[in-house]
Design a binder for this molecule. Structure first.
Ligand code: PBG
Length: 325
């Protein structure tokens, strides 16, 4: 008789025949960097997540090194916002300063961490949109050179990779050309290729202070109902020279992750976004869910669906639980 239970009998058998495993070296931890000094501010809608000023980043870098994560994805909250998001592409802006600080901090300890810089304007614009506005809508082509300037500034500061998240058409090509022109032909670009206009970004917008003042992002981020269109977005980024593709959010879009995996041979990242994290934390705080088991299940699902890299706010917690186990 066929007995599927034979291989489930002991923990050793189950572990031996597990098809998927979560590797902390495949996790990326997002970090919010805020202008100023001596700041470590809690983000209320994301328990356990903080906004650090550059001088306090050492604390979270130590935690990431102890966790053995692949690296970090940086988001900046500037001193001033303006209509064209100048803070995003200033060489002395908050993200370039953070990149230089982290690189120096790690080098001094003989350690390495991948530093990925998110490239977008929404944290830097007074209106909170991801590009410059004309007649109330985001003007695609006028926004591209600003993204390109930001990417070049981050590469100059020492970023290992840049990741445009604005969903502007042609942004990967514009950034690739700028990096090549600025002497950074080896700096890879990770496209937020299929990024959906999702309500799961709510807590991030509190953390990054980046909610649009008027309107929403539906004229540039993808409609959540579309999977075939997501494949076109992935193909476009690939054709524009992206080195890594991404699907975002992750949990409600695992069908898109699976379809992407079957379409592309490029490395595929998923972004387990702020709202997905907040849901788990809120339920765990109430004692309604076993946080460790739920997070393990969620991270496993991303790899099982075909992701190569997972960007997640759970990374440090998960690594700590693994060390205890
Ligand atoms: C910026 C950006 C956002 C996120 C990553 N980059 C917010 C948005 O598009 O509104 C969301 C990340 C998260 O929710 O954790 N464009």
């Amino acid at each position: 008789m066929q007995r599927l239970r034979r291989l489930r009998k002991s923990a050793l058998l189950r572990r031996t025949f597990a098809e998927t495993r979560v590797d902390c070296g495949k996790l990326v931890y997002p970090v919010f960097v805020v202008w100023g000094e001596n700041k470590k501010e809690a983000v209320p809608s994301m328990p356990g997540v903080f906004r650090y000023s550059v001088d306090r980043l050492g604390e979270v870098v130590d935690e990431m090194l102890a966790a053995g994560v692949a690296g970090t994805m940086l988001f900046g909250i500037p001193e001033h916002k303006d209509a064209v998001g100048s803070g995003a592409y200033a060489d002395d802006g908050v993200v370039p300063q953070a990149i230089r600080y982290i690189k120096k901090y790690c080098a001094a300890r003989g350690k390495e961490l991948l530093v990925i810089a998110d490239v977008c304007l929404c944290e830097y614009t007074s209106h909170g949109h991801c590009g410059v506005l004309e007649r109330g809508d985001v003007e695609n082509d006028a926004s591209l050179p600003l993204h390109a300037k930001a990417a070049a500034a981050y590469a100059r500061a020492g970023a290992d990779m840049v990741a445009p998240s604005s969903m502007m058409d042609g942004v990967v090509a514009a950034i690739r050309a700028a990096l090549d022109g600025a002497g950074f032909p080896h700096t890879p670009v990770m496209g937020y290729s299929a990024k959906f206009a999702s309500a799961f970004y709510g807590p991030f917008r509190d953390a990054a202070d980046s909610a649009p003042q008027e309107g929403d992002r539906k004229s540039y981020q993808m409609d959540v109902r579309n999977c075939r269109e997501a494949m076109r977005e992935l193909a476009a980024d690939e054709a524009e020279g992206a080195d890594v593709l991404m699907v975002k959010p992750a949990l409600a879009f695992l069908d898109v992750v699976r379809a992407a995996r079957e379409r592309t041979d490029l490395p595929l990242a998923v972004y387990n976004v702020s709202g997905e994290y907040a849901m788990v934390k809120a339920a765990a705080e109430r004692g309604w869910l076993d946080e460790r088991r739920v997070v393990g299940e969620i991270l496993t699902a991303f790899f099982r669906a075909g992701a190569d890299l997972v960007i997640t706010y759970h990374a440090l917690d998960y690594a700590a639980w693994e060390r205890e186990a």
